[in-house]
Design a protein around this ligand. Sequence first.
Ligand code: LHQ
Length: 262
Amino acid sequence: MDDTILYEVDRGVARITLNRPDKLNAMTAAMLDALGAALADAAADDTVRAVLISGSGRAFCAGQDLNDRTVSPGEDGPDLGASLEDRYNPIVRAMRAMPKPIVVAVNGVAAGAGANLALAGDVVLAARSARFVQSFSRIGLIPDSGGTYTLPRAVGTARAMGLALFGDPLPADKAHEWGLIWDVIEDDQLAVAAKEKALSLAEGPTAGFAAVKEAMNASLGNSLDAQLDLERDLQRAAGRTRDYREGVAAFIEKRPAHFEGR
Ligand code: LHQ
């Protein structure tokens, strides 16, 4: 059995672990397929109300496994576009479309597609010693897995260009200072802090969170008018959830809310 992706559900949190520590969790085709399947399971399982992704060992993910035969630069050259179309792009789409919040705990280096898969999460926490490397240019490639979309929007074109062209490691502190990630946590506290964040999100108004994601995703390509219309529609639906009723009741009764996620 392939154990390069570990999956478990605990108290409403689907925990997905990239698990090839001796190769810094570099992604093989089989591993990408397993990651896609794990994300699909998390999306379909109503008991899952938040997702937590992290890596085993000292790294988060070193990106594509450059020894995998699907990307081997042979005589005619591989079709890397097919690798993106079949594997990486569906994963990025699944993460952005996941109707539940995704916490990513970047426990060590995140390089190439590994960096951009991490940045496709909703709440990215990084260990103090972690670093993000757009290493693509070192092997003649471009930032993929959404990198050319996410980076300029998150940090501006000047910084996105520098990261992509030089491929130098961006330390966690600087990634935080630049607004690329939510927070930096001391190395020995990251696992606990990330689990706490995921558990607290799993107790939240899940349907409302799905609407937050939908609105934020759409915002980057929308006009103000279109976004105001979308907010109207999503808020109309949110106002009809049981969790809205519970949230208001809890406020009025001065007690903590107990959200069901719908
Ligand atoms: C690896 C890898 C790796 C295999 C470390 N592959 N073994 C590409 C093509 C197709 C379509 C889709 O998109 C992509 C996107 C991409 O992701 S391209 C970018 C691929 N990734 C990289 O170029 C990063 C390569 N790795 C590195 O630069 C370094 O390993 C980093 C900076 C991540 C970490 O450096 P160190 O901490 O010094 O560790 P290390 O280099 O000693 O690596 C430890 C082991 O992991 C080592 O194996 P070994 O058997 O010698 O102990 C590495 O060969 C292996 N490894 N990354 N991507």
